[in-house]
Design a binder for this molecule. Sequence first.
Ligand code: HEC
Ligand code: HEC
Length: 498
Amino acid sequence: MKIAYISISVVLSLFLYGCGNSNSSEVDRSLRTLINDHNLTGDPSTGRVIPSVDDPKVELGKKLFFTKSLGGNLDAACVTCHHPNLGGGDNLVLPIGTEAVEPDLLGPGRQHKPSGTDYDAGPTVPRNAPSTYNVVLFDAVMFWDGRVESVTHEAGKNGSGGGIMTPDSNRTADPKAGANLPVAQARFPETSPQEMRGFTFEAGNSNEAVRQHLAARMAGTVDVGSLPKYEWLPEFQKGYQTTETNVSKLITPENIVDAIGEYERSQLFINNPWKAYVEGDTNAISEEAKKGAKLFFTSYENGGANCVLCHSGDVFTDEGFHVLGVPQIGRGKGDGPNGDDDFGRYRVTHDPEDMYRFRTPTLLNVEVTGPWGHSGAYTTLEGMVRHMSDPLNEAIGYDESQLKGELPSTQLIHRDENTYNALLQLAKNRQNGLSEHQDTHLTDEEVDQIVAFLKTLTDPCIKDESCIGQWNIEGNVSDSEDPDGLLLRAVDQTGSYL
Ligand code: HEC
Ligand code: HEC
């Protein structure tokens, strides 16, 4: 009996070895341990209420998200920089909002109008547009510097409950912030001249004046006859399931952003192969991706890349702030001696420890949300991963040709100086125990493995037109519904609808 047992196990192990499966089970075993150690379930949406894409308020929010009616000069919408078919972003290093040559052309080829304000042949907005996908999963902050922030950071609440601080309220709860973080955030793009307001609409007036004017214009109570029209009353009645006919009660700044927030919150894209793997399907991801995952979740002490230090939990972010020294390109936020630097979180808290800190982004769907980093400096995922593992060397060796001419030289002139200051801050933070980040010098093979892992975080819905198309206007709204073309039908540079 004993002999037979040995020979069967020998044959079995030879067979397994032959198939390359003995390694696989080893990496699977380590991954299962790491998954348990990090308390991952695969499902970051547990316990959250996710609006359905065909909820009436979401459908209203979609039209509002796509309408240029919310642009002061009717030439930009939220979707200008956050198209569902462009990874919830704009595929540009840095965005162009108002004053584009062709307002409806999104992505590469979108140009600032030479007659536009502060024209320099480059983008007008100083930070990369993050994705609107999965904003329903954030509980602490919005924006790269977290200037919209829930007071309590309470897990699972999306900012609802304990109050939200905004740029209007200066680090205290903003009484007008609305129901949750996406709603609070949605009150601000309309007030930015570069993003949506333009430079003449309500120039010099308060954010609230801008919002009231936009709502009144959509309600048809101001500027009557001088602007293209869209019939918003029936849309709001449907969206809010009411027969209210008093436009001033229904078409309010609050109801506008509430519906937009609900549309964004319906963009849950988490059904990815990694989730299937965590939930038990060992074959859901490739060998290479498993090796990448192992590096990602293994601590520095145990020889890993320890990405999980900051990209933690099933949402892949601690919603915290860290200095990584991503090359500072673009116009900047007016900081530093030349005015083209960006001090990140410091701009919000004025705490010197927050200099050059930026919020950790989620990595869900990161394959399609490039260019990457707060300045969009990296146009390949490989480049971004290399930077994360070795910021100093990667920033010093940064290759501007990857920008493919999207930025004029005037927006790159102080790149070295500004980036160097951020790297110096990283070095200081390490010395003072304020940064746990360590350099890991990954091999090319390891970088490829991590990239393969990151690609398992892509929800197939966003690559499938019939699925992602539910969040789009094109194909869902007829020209007769919108004769004046106020809903933005986005095209790419070949003229095809997105
Ligand atoms: C001109 C481009 C542009 C337009 C138009 C625009 N955004 Fe953004 N959006 C950005 C940029 C850039 C950021 C990051 C800014 C920052 O962090 O300082 C951002 C950030 C966000 C975020 C935060 C995401 C996160 O991960 O923190 C959300 C949500 C968002 N925008 C939604 C909207 C909505 C809703 C509208 C319309 C009311 C809108 N955006 C209009 C460019 C734009
Ligand atoms: C110390 C915290 C920390 C660690 C460790 C870390 N990251 Fe990051 N990660 C960040 C922050 C913060 C940003 C945004 C930095 C910026 O743009 O200035 C970021 C950005 C990224 C981005 C770009 C995402 C986007 O949407 O633009 C990717 C991809 C990424 N990290 C992957 C990784 C990988 C892979 C590792 C491990 C090799 C890693 N990170 C380690 C904090 C961290």
